[in-house]
Design a protein around this ligand. Structure first.
Ligand SMILES: Nc1ncnc2c1ncn2[C@@H]1O[C@H](COP(=O)(O)OP(=O)(O)OP(=O)(O)O)[C@@H](O)[C@H]1O
Ligand SMILES: [Mg+2]
Length: 359
């Protein structure tokens, strides 16, 4: 997938920006606070329905603006071009594909952006939610059947939690149908995630053996969110009273995680901050590579602040990985990263929220 055009209005310091990115490597340069990361954030919003930066969704709205919008024309390998739009006004998202109003989920499925940014080490060092979102984003884009199971699961979870919050006495005839729905969709979700991780691992390892060869073999283990000695249906029944006391469902795929370990760094606490970043980079490139295998085309790759995130050797390595492939890349920096100095790149200058192409 490639962005043919990107128009952004009312997002952080970007008041009205129109960009025509090149199919290859695009570099956005400018001073601190100029708005470079915000350009990547706009691309990412179309692909994830949320930002990679923390904060409420409304923090994205330009101070003083009541609405933000991102429009893009995206082309895919099969020659199709689609018009994608995402707007936020009065606390609500509105998503469009080719002029039709669609759900946020349907928009996100049309747009694939993988982003390596200063917060990416959270994929390794952060909480389990980061890793679930990573798996689910991948599945959302390559397994259409996953979406249905995910929705079924979220709905059943909400219903079971509402019954638990209502307190005792619990009426078994009310909770049992939701537990059965939760168990059915939950087991299916879990199988999707386990299968995805199995397919992903060789792609990640291909990159990992280059970025962190000194750490030896890389191993991941999926943890489904409940004790694997039992199935989910049995677990939910067993936990009913404990869950009633807590007021929510304490086991299931909404608690899933995966652990990462290396032969010579068995605990993630053994990794330096830079190694966490490199590990996250290999996972993200692995995800992009699996996407390319399954969808027949690479997602757009964003590298925010490349020069300050990686040492020179690794900057050169990541550039070399991407140069030979049919992939659109959006890179930011206060100046053109050293690794890209002699490469054919398109450069945009970002200054106080305005973006101009440098010819
Ligand atoms: N809601 C908002 N409304 C208006 N301006 C905002 C809002 N949120 C952030 N900003 C401003 O927008 C700019 C954010 O820019 P961004 O983070 O994209 O900069 P950057 O070019 O990536 O900078 P750096 O090199 O420091 O990473 C900053 O100047 C910030 O103060
Ligand atoms: Mg930035």
């Amino acid at each position: 997938m490639k962005f043919e055009s990107l128009r952004i209005a009312g997002l952080r310091c970007l008041e009205g920006v129109s960009i025509t990115p090149a199919p290859g490597i695009n570099v956005f340069v400018g001073a601190n606070g100029a708005g470079k990361t915000s350009v990547l954030e706009a691309a990412y919003l179309l692909s994830h329905g949320r930002s990679f930066r923390s904060g409420s969704r409304d923090i994205l709205l330009r101070r003083g603006s009541t609405a933000l919008s991102v429009f893009a024309e995206v082309s895919s390998g099969d020659g199709r071009t689609r018009r994608l739009g995402l707007g936020r006004e009065s606390g609500r998202w509105q998503a469009r594909v080719d002029g039709d109003t669609v759900s946020l989920g349907s928009l996100v499925q049309e747009c694939a952006v993988v982003c390596f940014e200063p917060g990416s080490h959270d994929l390794i060092a952060g909480g389990s939610e980061e890793r679930r979102q990573f798996l689910d984003w991948g599945l959302f884009h390559v397994e259409h059947a996953f979406v249905n199971q995910w929705r079924r699961y979220q709905r059943a979870l909400k219903q079971r939690n509402a019954l638990l919050r209502a307190g005792s006495p619990l009426d078994p005839s009310l909770i049992e149908p939701w537990e059965s729905e939760l168990a059915g969709s939950g087991e299916a979700l879990s199988a999707f995630r386990q299968g995805y991780l199995d397919r992903l691992l060789p792609h990640i390892c291909g990159f990992m053996s280059n970025v962190l060869p000194e750490l030896g073999e890389f191993v991941v283990r999926y943890k489904p969110g409940w004790d694997e000695a039992n199935d989910l249906a049995t677990t939910l029944v067993e936990r009913r009273h404990r869950d009633l006391a807590r007021g929510h469902t304490t086991a299931g795929p909404h608690r899933a995680d995966f652990s990462v370990a290396f032969e010579h760094a068995p605990l993630r606490e053994h990794l330096s901050r830079g190694q966490e970043k490199l590990c996250a980079l290999a996972c993200l490139l692995g995800q992009a590579s699996l996407h390319a295998e399954m969808r027949g085309e690479w997602p757009v790759i964003c590298l925010d602040d490349l020069a300050s995130e990686l040492d020179r050797t690794h900057q050169e390595w990541v550039v070399a990985q991407l140069m030979g492939r049919d992939v659109q890349v959006l890179v930011t920096g206060t100046e053109i990263p050293h690794a890209l100095a002699d490469q054919p790149v398109t450069v945009f200058h970002v200054e106080q929220g305005a973006v101009t192409v440098l010819l």
